[in-house]
Design a protein around this ligand. Structure first.
Ligand code: ADP
Ligand code: MG
Length: 704
């Protein structure tokens, strides 16, 4: 591994980025494309033809043989269908390589096999992918060779969104428009665009591939369905930020290299709380690109793991009893001339514009806490949110001391006259510099925390797209901005009106602010007193999508129609049922074919040894018989639980798709799964390790 590289040299080398476009495209074409990217102007086919041609030439120079429209359907993973550049063979037996403007702009994948939630009946299977020129095309290397990937949106024949990107782009338009409106109120005449900036911190686990392949549960479901806790867990807290072992370091190096080539600004990496758990974070980018890049981060983490003899687990809870994985979605709003609307400055109490933005966000999160919670709902995340670990399922906002103090002043006296400052951190060591502290400490337990000049939404699951959460954030904040602007634009005395409005919003929505320990039971009780929703499962979160409140919100800003929302709810119920069904069937399979036979063999061995010991010397065999009894009892408990699980799973599979079925999986099938797991995990502690048919938790998380 002595191959060194310069990160700056390779950065973006596989991206059809602005530099490449400027170099390769005729000036006029380049300008037209820039206008489309910046202002959404329509692109004519002749221009698209030129761009497609240059893109193809560039990709072929990079070794590409195929192109694909790269899109994010509602299955959670990115989808692609590869077409080669070759045209029909000519008379001389040769082929020309072609890629037309039409092929660049529009694709027509067979849409019938992607979830549409009834939006598109299968007999009318047309769906289109449309080039999203705001996210750059790139070539990606995999076992199939080099492929030109064109980021696209995916819509039905009648224009309904079938993907994650379309609503995201719509929501970005909404927040753009309302942010500019708000800025104009404060005399800003220069900013022309405002875009959400997003940086997603990604957590993941690495396990040894050989061991992974011996765990059917990991293979089928991405998480362990059985497994007793090892003698050592994460209680020593020696992994978090611990030094990175060589195998992992070499993996991370490869991941970074791949990502940098793809223009993903991977920045930080460290070990996480649990053994074998790690995190990677890129530098924040415009929301749409950040969403695409997060998909690339996940793909790359998985792909590169294979090369290092490991498997990357992106599941939210691969190991029960061990810290799970999430994503922190850092979010702010930035204008084209570099203003961060969430930057409080040094003296927030004087920054009226910031206070208005802040209070609008408080109002948005309070009003639509259910939607934000829903945006982070996926099957795996049920094991984190509101279950055994944090963040809690209750939405609240952490502001920190400084902003809390400013808001308290506002609420109590109607006037904020000062801001607490951070003071200096004195280390007490002469050779270490003292430095100015942040005005606010961190709170790691809050699901929605203000961290200096951005909000950090921490509920998102590790395998989930960050798109949905950003769609919700953009739209709810756009709504709050719009309502504030409606009022303030009419005001006779702007200064008075904005002051009153800030005070009113702060007062009306202060219940959403919580600076304490979000993991505590007291908070659960307190939140209930405050009337904040505590939505514990994905199935219970889904209805938030189709409330009249949600429909009005999304329709007002053209982000979703009612039909699109209903279809998304339907898709989510189905996804939930399918996932739990797979988990239940995997458990049945593993218990019947691997665990029970192994335990039966173990009992025979113990029984044999009892007979042999007795024959040999008639010694005391109470330990052996005790063990045999204990194992046999647990075995029969497991067998009984297995039959129950088989029955309820069969029953569930026969139910009609929809909410009722999902509820049955959540309440009945999952309970039956737990009932089977309990005796099996106890058996694992009693049966000879060599007899146990799969690697243990200890093997998986301590021996990577
Ligand atoms: P923290 O230590 O608070 O988690 P970091 O500086 O490590 O913050 O950043 C975490 C993520 O937040 C990174 O992806 C970073 O690029 C992103 N980030 C930083 N500033 C902003 C901002 N203004 N808007 C959105 N994301 C941001
Ligand atoms: Mg963070």
């Amino acid at each position: 591994m002595s191959e060194y590289f310069n990160a700056a040299d390779i950065f973006g080398e596989n991206v059809f980025n602005d530099t490449v476009m400027q170099e390769r495209l005729p000036k006029k074409v380049y300008q037209k494309l820039k206008d489309t990217i910046k202002e959404g102007k329509e692109l004519d086919l002749a221009t698209a033809d030129v761009i497609a041609h240059e893109m193809k030439e560039w990709a072929i120079e990079k070794g590409a043989t195929h192109y694909t429209h790269w899109f994010q359907p509602l299955t959670g993973v990115t989808a692609e269908k590869h077409d080669s550049f070759i045209g029909a063979p000519m008379e001389n037996g040769k082929v020309l390589m072609g890629f037309s403007g039409k092929e660049l702009i529009k694709g027509e994948p067979d849409a019938s096999s992607f979830p549409s939630g009834g939006l598109r009946a299968t007999f009318e299977a047309r769906g289109y992918t449309a080039w999203d020129c705001t996210s750059p095309a790139f070539v990606r290397q995999d076992a199939a060779g080099m492929i030109l990937c064109v980021p696209t949106a995916f819509c039905s024949y009648t224009g309904e969104a079938l993907d994650q990107k379309t609503p995201l782009l719509r929501s970005m338009e909404a927040i753009n428009k309302q942010s500019i409106r708000l800025l104009r109120l404060f005399g800003n005449t220069t900013s022309r665009k405002a875009r959400p900036s997003v940086g997603a911190e990604q957590e993941y686990f690495l396990v040894d591939r050989e061991k992974y392949l011996r765990r059917k549960d990991l293979i089928f479901t991405g998480r362990t369905l059985f497994g007793a806790m090892p003698p050592k867990g994460q209680e020593m807290e020696d992994h978090y930020f611990g030094s990175i072992r060589e195998r992992i370091a070499s993996y991370m190096r490869d991941v970074n290299k791949e990502l940098w080539k793809l223009g993903v600004p991977a920045k930080t990496q460290h070990n996480e709380v649990a053994p074998a758990q790690h995190e990677i974070a890129p530098i924040f980018e415009e929301a749409n690109i950040a969403v695409d890049h997060n998909q690339l981060v996940m793909e790359t983490l998985k792909k590169v793991a294979g090369r290092h003899g490991m498997t990357c687990l992106l599941h939210e809870k691969p190991f029960a009893g061990v810290n799970g994985s999430g994503k922190h979605n850092n979010w702010s709003i930035t204008t084209d001339d570099g203003i961060n609307m969430l930057d409080p400055g040094k003296t927030p109490h004087e920054n009226v514009q910031f206070l208005l933005v802040l209070c609008c966000i408080l109002k948005a999160v309070d009003t639509h806490a259910d939607l934000l919670r829903e945006s982070a709902a996926d099957v795996g995340n049920d094991h984190r949110l509101g279950a055994n670990e944090a963040p809690p399922a209750i939405l609240s906002v952490f502001l920190g001391e400084q902003l809390q103090d400013v808001l308290s002043q506002l609420i109590s006296t109607g006037e904020a006259t000062h801001s607490l400052s951070g003071g200096r951190l004195e280390t007490g060591v002469k050779t270490l510099p003292d430095f100015a502290k942040d005005a606010t400490d961190r709170n790691r337990t809050s699901p929605f925390a203000f961290t200096g000049n951005k909000f950090e939404f921490r509920m998102v699951g590790s395998i989930d797209s960050i798109s949905e959460s950003n769609v919700v954030l953009n739209t709810i904040v756009a709504e709050a901005f719009a309502e504030a602007c409606d009022e303030l634009e009419q005001a006779e005395n702007f200064g008075m009106a904005v002051h009153d409005l800030i005070k009113r919003y702060a007062t009306e929505h202060q219940r959403i602010i919580f600076n304490g320990n979000g993991y505590s039971d007291e908070w659960v009780a307190e939140a209930e007193r405050r009337g904040l929703p505590n939505i514990r499962s994905m199935v219970d979160a889904i209805p938030a999508l189709t409330t009249e409140k949600a429909v009005a919100l999304f329709e007002k800003f053209g982000v979703f129609t009612r039909a699109e929302l209903e279809s998304r709810a339907e898709i989510q119920y189905e996804a939930y049922s399918k996932s739990i069904n797979i988990e239940a069937r995997a458990m049945i399979d593993i218990a019947s074919k691997q665990i029970i036979p192994a335990v039966v063999k173990a009992t025979i061995e113990i029984a044999d040894s009892i007979i042999k010991v007795k024959e040999a010397c008639n010694a005391n065999v109470s330990v052996q018989t005790g063990l045999l009894t204990e194992i046999s009892d647990l075995l029969s408990e497991a067998k009984y639980a297995l039959s129950t699980l088989q029955d309820v799973t069969e029953k569930a599979a026969k139910m009609e798709d929809g909410r009722e079925k999902a509820v049955y999986y959540k309440d009945t099938v999952r309970a039956a799964m737990d009932a089977l797991r309990a005796p099996v995990d106890k058996l694992e502690m009693l049966v000879d390790k060599d007899r146990w048919p799969m690697p243990s938790y200890g093997d998986l998380i301590f021996e990577v």
